[in-house]
Design a protein around this ligand. Structure first.
Ligand SMILES: [Zn+2]
Length: 172
């Protein structure tokens, strides 16, 4: 039977360093003494990519990779970096599309829709609507959890703004 010590996780030092230095990843502890690793660029409503289970129970969301060693937790980040942000990804260069966009421009866009950028989880422009997910706020203006125990999730609202063919001057 394999013990934890028998399980070797192969993480290339160079790859790991370059991943950690992207500034994209964040470790976050929870009340079960576990540690999650999150990708800030794919920040999925607070759901971590991987979760180090301290023994009090794994993360119940099936999309989260549960691990029981720190190297395995870091390997989740290196895997994610190659699959989601690696050069072999499906990202292509299109002339006229900038490599990056200043954060201020994005904030202006979000604010023009009446949304608070600090409470924004995700934002998607579709053919017929703009779909946004924002954190739900309690009466004190703070975020709160829905559900119990490991299944608890930060409460969120989904917002759909239909796109019409009205000219901008007709908007109310
Ligand atoms: Zn990511």
């Amino acid at each position: 039977m394999a013990t934890t010590a028998d399980i070797t996780v192969h993480v290339q030092t160079d790859a790991l360093l370059s991943v950690l230095l992207t500034g994209r990843y964040r470790l976050i502890g929870d009340e079960n003494c576990g540690v999650g690793i999150e990708c800030l660029d794919c920040f999925d409503g607070g759901r971590p990519l991987g979760y180090y289970d301290s023994g009090l129970g794994p993360y119940s969301d099936p999309q989260v990779v549960n691990v029981d060693t720190i190297p395995a937790l870091l390997a989740v980040a290196t895997d994610h970096e190659t699959t989601a942000h690696g050069p072999e990804g499906d990202s292509v260069d299109i002339p006229g599309v900038p490599d990056s966009i200043p954060r201020g421009r994005v904030i202006e866009l979000v604010q023009s829709l009446g949304l608070d950028p600090r409470e924004l989880v995700s934002f998607e422009i579709k053919g017929r609507s703009i779909e946004a997910v924002v954190y739900a706020l309690n009466e004190q203006g703070g975020r709160y959890f829905e559900g119990d125990g490991p299944r608890a999730e930060i409460a969120k609202h989904r917002i759909s703004i239909p796109i019409t063919d009205a000219s901008p001057s007709e908007e109310s």
